[in-house]
Design a protein around this ligand. Structure first.
Ligand code: SAM
Length: 254
């Protein structure tokens, strides 16, 4: 992402301590205190200009959100987007924080089990093999995410990059992580308006490019719930098949 920084940006960020956090390491293990409640915390790593996290936090006031990026200018743009989203949807900004931080050191920002969901949206693909370790779905990162996620922990990942998606599938599978809701063309049957779109997603899907998506189930409780829902679906499908079989028999007799 090409960025032209503005003069006075540091002062602009420092002037909004209720929204912008510039030294997040101070709050490791204390994010619930920052929000003033025990609600779940969902985080976007690499939020860019912040449209996704701004809209999601406006739509879900019962969840706390943190948008992370490493550039001041993006945090500034994110803060503008956040205010615009509240003008559009109403509500206040108390459930959102924008944080300037390098995700490589994420273990210094969150305590073990402190967050419930990670969003990775259109992460830089780093196509060269020698840069593989920089991809945000590399095992080195995923293992850190596993520590900071709680029992209900999940990772939701979207990308336009087929090669990053392939790499990520292998990375999660090599770590023995259960995946669900895998899509190789998320908007194939019309835009999924139930899922908030990011800036990159709007741009790429507007050009007709497929969007790849998956959910990685990390926490034990999330996994148990997922397995329960699979069993329930299997039972419903068996009941439905049995019902259809009975109907067919009756039709044959008539
Ligand atoms: C391609 S952009 C995607 C932006 C946004 N998520 C979207 O979908 O529109 C990737 C973003 O990740 C951020 N990023 C990449 N590596 C990062 C890191 N190690 N720490 C923090 N942010 C990072 C970049 O600054 C950039 O804003």
């Amino acid at each position: 992402m090409r960025l032209r920084g503005r003069k006075g940006i540091k002062e602009a960020l420092e002037a909004q301590p209720e929204l912008v956090v510039l030294e997040p390491e101070m709050y490791k293990g204390k994010w619930s205190e920052v929000f003033g409640n025990d609600r779940p915390i969902h985080v976007e790593f690499g939020m860019g200009k912040g449209r996704f996290i701004s809209q999601l936090s406006a739509l879900n006031p019962e969840i706390n959100y943190i948008g992370v990026d490493m550039y001041d200018e993006l945090i500034r743009r994110g803060s503008e987007k956040a205010k615009e989203s509240r003008e559009e949807h109403g509500g206040d900004l108390s459930n959102l924080r924008l944080v300037r931080f390098n995700i490589e050191h994420i273990e210094n920002m969150f305590e073990a089990g402190e967050i419930e969901r990670i969003y990775l949206n259109f992460s830089d693909p780093w196509p060269k093999k020698r840069h593989a370790r920089r991809r945000l779905t590399h095992a080195g990162f995923v293992n850190k995410y596993r520590v900071i996620l709680n029992e209900r922990g999940e990772i939701h990942f979207k990308t336009d990059s087929r090669s990053l998606f392939e790499f990520s599938l292998n990375s999660f599978c090599d770590l023995g992580i259960r995946l669900r809701n895998i899509s190789l063309d998320l908007h194939a049957e019309g835009l999924r308006t139930d899922l908030v779109m990011t800036e990159y997603e709007t741009k790429f899907s507007g050009k007709g490019m497929p969007i790849f998506r998956l959910e990685a189930v990390i926490g034990q409780q999330a996994l148990d719930q997922h397995l329960d829902s699979l069993q329930r679906r299997e039972r419903e499908e068996a009941d439905e098949a049995a019902r259809r079989g009975t109907d067919d028999e009756q039709n044959d007799e008539e």
